[in-house]
Design a protein around this ligand. Structure first.
Ligand code: ADP
Ligand code: MG
Length: 233
């Protein structure tokens, strides 16, 4: 089905280190899944594989034709204006018009001609999102996209991602190490450990969500991550 992701028995080794080890995961079309796990557990490795950036794997997976990825660092080309960063690599379309439309969606229409180095962290990350969206992905891979942002900017980005997801309805695999962020945004939260998915939680709460609505679930997810956090209780 368009937008669906299916991963079966996926394994990945770097030298003798087996980072992914028989990983199974299904994502339904339009589903928003958050992937949690300790640093170094293989989250970025999984996303890179799904994005087609690493073909040396065992096991099987299928992803839709159109996949976009956004990273923790916006990775904009400093010598290209904002709109050119967005339209780079698009063919057969009016790049400027397409970029402007995407910029309007992330509320940066006035920055089309700006240079990347003049943007704030949050603005650069919005450009990065616009660049991912302009390809109209059926699967959007987000690798800790807001990890470097301050709390207020982060909060605004959560609302933006939720809105963009609702309007475009890609399937989303959102990597974060922030349990609250996962529970605020995702339909389902999965935990990666020792190379496979060891826990999952469906988040059946109306959006927009408030932290107060998932206090108990938060404790459960933290426990899955091996965190016995008294502050969470
Ligand atoms: N290209 C690579 N060569 C060797 N080891 C790698 C490479 N990429 C990642 N690793 C290792 O694989 C493990 C998982 O990395 P990564 O997927 O980046 O973790 P995460 O994103 O969960 O923090 C780490 O131990 C990392 O050092
Ligand atoms: Mg990573």
């Amino acid at each position: 089905m368009a937008g669906a992701v299916s991963i079966r028995g996926l394994a990945k080794e770097f030298g003798t280190r087996r980072v992914l080890d028989g990983l199974d995961l299904e994502i339904a079309p339009g589903e928003f899944v958050a992937l949690l796990g300790r640093s170094g557990c293989g989250k970025s490795t999984l996303l890179r594989i799904l994005a087609g950036l690493d073909a040396e794997v065992e096991g099987a997976f299928s992803v839709p034709d159109k996949v976009s990825m956004a990273f923790q660092q916006p990775r904009l080309l400093p010598w290209r204006r904002v709109w050119r960063n967005i339209s780079l690599g698009l063919h057969g379309v009016d790049g400027r018009a397409v970029a402007e439309k995407a910029l309007a969606e992330v509320r940066l229409e006035s920055h089309a001609d700006a240079w990347p180095l003049t943007l704030s962290g949050g603005e650069a990350q919005r450009v990065s999102l616009a660049r991912a969206l302009v390809r109209e992905p059926e699967l959007l891979l987000l690798d800790e996209p807001f990890g470097a942002l301050d709390a207020l900017t982060r909060s605004a980005m959560h609302r933006l991602v939720e809105q963009l997801w609702r309007e475009h309805r890609p399937s989303v695999l959102f990597v974060t190490h922030d349990v609250d962020e996962a529970l605020l945004l995702a339909d389902r939260v999965v935990v990666l450990e020792a190379g496979r998915i060891v826990a999952e939680h469906r988040v059946d709460l109306p959006r927009p969500r408030r932290r107060a609505s998932f206090v108990d679930l938060r404790v459960e997810v933290l426990a899955d991550l091996g965190v016995d956090d008294v502050e969470a209780a």
